[in-house]
Each structure stands twice: as C-alpha cells, then as structure tokens.
Design a protein around this ligand. Structure first.
Ligand SMILES: *Cc1c(COP(=O)(O)O)cnc(C)c1O
Length: 435
C-alpha cells in the first residue's frame, strides 16, 4: 500500500501523500510523519556508492513513498530537482564540510523546495485549476521557493516580503524571476506578511477557490529530499567510516532529515545540533526541559528560531523520551563573538571560508572532537558565504569571498514587485482579482 501520513497529534489517523503535501500543516497543529519508515535493502547497499546523486535520491525516496507516485514520474522528478552536487570537502584530519550551497539560490533549502515544487505540480495535475502557493518570507525561504516553482506548470506563487527588511540580493532573488512568480512588497514587518497569509487561509471560500497551499518549511515534501545528502556525504568518506553529522539548526528540518536517513539504515555515529544563542534544543538536551521563547537576532539569522517547528517530529522519533534523544543527539550553542572567531580561525587554519551558520557547526565539531578525537565529523555548510557578505567582509576583509556568478548577475536584473499595504482587506481584494 502506498505510504500514508499521520499527524504527530493524532496517531492512528492517516492521510494520503496529496493531502499531507497540500495541507502542509495538519488541522490539529501537529506535523505529518510517514506511517512506515522502511529499511533500505541489499539492492540499495550493493550499489549506493555508484549511482549518480539524483539516482541515489530516487532509490531512497522510492521505498519511502512506496508507490504513492509512479516510479518513472518519481525518478524524473528527483532528477529534475537534484540537478546539482553536494561535495564533501576535507577541512583537516577527521573533519569534512558537506557543501549544500551548489543549488540555484545557494542554500540547502533548494533541495527541499525544488522537490516539493515538482511534487505539488504533479499531485495537482488533474485538478483542472491552478495551484496558488502563498509564502511569507524574511529572506532565504522566499528565494528558494520562488526559484523552485519558477516555470513549474499549473502553479502560481505569491511571495510576501517586508519592504526594506530583506537584503538587496535577497530581494532580487524574489523579484526578478517573473512568469508565474509574483512578489508583493509589503509596507510592514515579516509578522505582517505572515498575518496576511494567514488571513487568506482562514478565508475558506477564497482558499478553496484559489486552490491555496503553503510552502513553509514544515512540509513533509521538503523534509524527505534533505535525507538524500546524508547518504551522499557518507559515501564520499573512506569506506567503512561512520560519521558524526554536525547540523547548524533553526527549525531543525535539516537535522530531522538526518534522523530519517538513520532510520532508513544509514550508519551514523552521532548527531550534533549546533545553534546560535537561540539554544532551545541544546538546553532541552542538557536539562530535559523544553522551554520555547522569543528569538533573539544574531549574525546567523536563518537560525534565529525560538520555537523550532520540527521539535515535535524529533520527539516523535524518540517516543517522547528525553533520555533516548540525548543518546543520539548532542547540543552546542555559540554566540556571535564565538561565531566570528570561528570564521577567522577557519580561514587561518584551513584557508576555508564558511558562512556564519556553517561556522556555528564548525565550532560544535571542534568541541565534540576534544572529547572524541577519533571521530570523523561532517559539518553541514547550509549556505554559501557570499550570501552573508557583510559579516564575511568584516571578519576576513574585502575580496576574501568570491561571489558566484548566479548571485552576482542578479544585481543587474530589474526588480518587479507590487506594493501592498499591510491590510488584510486590501490583500484579500487583490488576491480575489487574480492579480
Ligand atoms: C534555514 C537555514 C538554516 C536552518 O535550517 P533548519 O532546517 O531550519 O534547522 C540554517 N542555515 C541556513 C543558511 C538556512 O537558510
């Protein structure tokens, strides 16, 4: 039987793939989980080192979805989505960086967003009407989602971003694609953008008629493809090496995808949750008390999360037992001073430039290796350092970080955005009209 999904708040009640992906968030406010997580078999382990990356991904997602998408469709979906590499780069002895920034928007979010876009397009192919994807963004997510859905047939994307509050290049990533992507420049804050999106979903009639869906990071379709690169990292290590994965974390989708990979049979020594001062999960691992709180701003701002949305999935995986989670995941947190020092140290010791998020991971790996010097650590580098150029220039000086062409060329593209007041009536009125 094709894979089914349940909400962490309602075990025993299942929905199919289409409902889980298009709803994104279950009505009971839990998170969708697959009913069964299969162990990969001999056929996989006999060949996993030889397949191209996309084929490896297909061989992982195929048993997981278990027929929910026809095999040939699924294979071409993965090939289309994962059309860039995730190379493992040696840093120093027993320490590697997994570069997850080789996709179109230079952050690991491309993996999840590109797969989700294609899957949503396919799931709604016979609905006879366009799918409208609404996203509020404070920066990175909007760019990955816009790029992922660009030119996907049958989909239209509306991105809301706060005027003057995203970086220049981030804004260009949202506003220069055209076609099926529309950017709304909201006269307000990120919270205003989220409020407008929520108002649209609460309007049942409108939401039904426009076939509205959300592309937020808790979507199960974003989580699944993120498990691919854990396998891809492991197979780039010397045969037989069982790595420690160090994951710079905010909402913990990335780390949860690693837990999924492990449940499918990937040998992992340990997981390390690395955060900035927003250390709700490292604190929980240390004390057993889960205390979400408002986030504080840092230089690794994609990890400024005070109530990590995937925590419910992590708990589910360990049967809500704190002790069991601590046996598999260690937590470390670092402040901005330490992160900046880490960026400088990496440059001086290894000649490697790591963005502030990756640098938090590097610091965690160093700390772990003091106690476990024999372990082989793989640090996930979640974004290209050029995306955080201000900090990089402050620490390493002008010119230390090369700006990739696909980011640099955006500077010359023309911004097209529709100005929007932070007013629910006006926004809903605009949505009604089409555009
Ligand atoms: C989103 C993001 C993170 C946090 O990932 P989670 O899956 O939310 O833990 C880390 N680094 C960068 C650069 C990001 O964009």
């Amino acid at each position: 039987m094709a894979q089914r999904f349940y909400s962490t708040n309602s075990p025993g009640t299942y929905v199919d793939l289409k409902e889980a992906v298009l709803r994104s968030l279950p009505p009971d406010n839990g998170l969708y989980m697959p009913e069964r997580v299969p162990k990969l078999g001999d056929e996989f382990w006999n060949h996993w080192r030889d397949w191209p990356f996309a084929e490896l991904g297909y061989r992982i997602v195929s048993p997981l979805l278990d027929g929910a998408v026809p095999e040939e469709v699924l294979r071409s979906m993965v090939e289309d989505a994962i059309n860039f590499d995730a190379p493992l780069v040696p840093l120093e002895e027993n320490e590697y960086v997994l570069e997850l920034f080789h996709g179109p928007t230079l952050a690991f979010k491309d993996f999840g967003a590109r797969f989700m876009a294609r899957l949503m397009g396919w799931l709604t192919r016979d609905d006879g009407r366009e799918l409208t994807v609404l996203v509020a963004t404070s920066g990175d997510t909007g760019g990955a989602v816009a790029s992922a859905f660009h030119d996907v047939p049958g989909t239209r994307v509306v991105i809301l971003y706060p005027r003057g509050k995203v970086s220049g290049l981030q804004e260009k990533q949202l506003t220069t694609l055209g076609g099926n992507i529309t950017a709304l420049e909201v006269e307000g804050t990120f919270d205003d953008c989220q409020r407008l999106v929520k108002a649209a979903f609460l309007d049942r009639e409108l939401s039904e008629r426009l076939n509205l869906t959300s592309a937020n990071s808790i979507n199960i379709a974003r989580l699944i493809p993120q498990s691919f690169y854990y396998f891809h990292a492991a197979r780039q290590l010397p045969e037989g090496t069982v790595p420690v994965f160090v994951v710079p974390s905010g909402n913990f989708g990335n780390l949860t995808a690693g837990l999924l990979a492990e449940r499918m049979g990937l040998p992992v020594r340990h997981f390390i949750a690395a955060t900035n001062r927003n250390d709700v999960v490292p604190s929980y691992l240390a004390s057993g008390e889960y205390q979400p709180r408002p986030s504080v701003p840092t230089i690794s701002n994609a990890m400024d999360v005070g109530a990590p949305s995937n925590f419910a999935r992590m708990q589910e995986i360990y049967g809500k037992e704190w002790k069991r989670m601590t046996e598999r995941i260690a937590g470390y947190a670092f402040d901005d001073e330490q992160t900046r020092a880490g960026i400088r140290e990496l440059q001086a010791a290894c000649g490697y430039q790591m963005d502030p998020h990756g640098a938090v991971g590097f610091l965690a790996a160093e700390e772990w290796r003091v106690l476990h010097p024999e372990d082989v650590a793989v640090v996930l580098e979640t974004a290209h350092p050029a995306k955080f150029l201000d900090v990089m220039v402050e620490e390493l000086g002008e010119g230390a970080v090369e700006i990739p062409e696909r980011l640099a060329c955006l500077a010359h593209r023309e911004k097209v955005a529709i100005a929007m007041e932070a007013d629910e009536e006006k926004f809903l009125g605009w949505l009604q009209q089409g555009d």
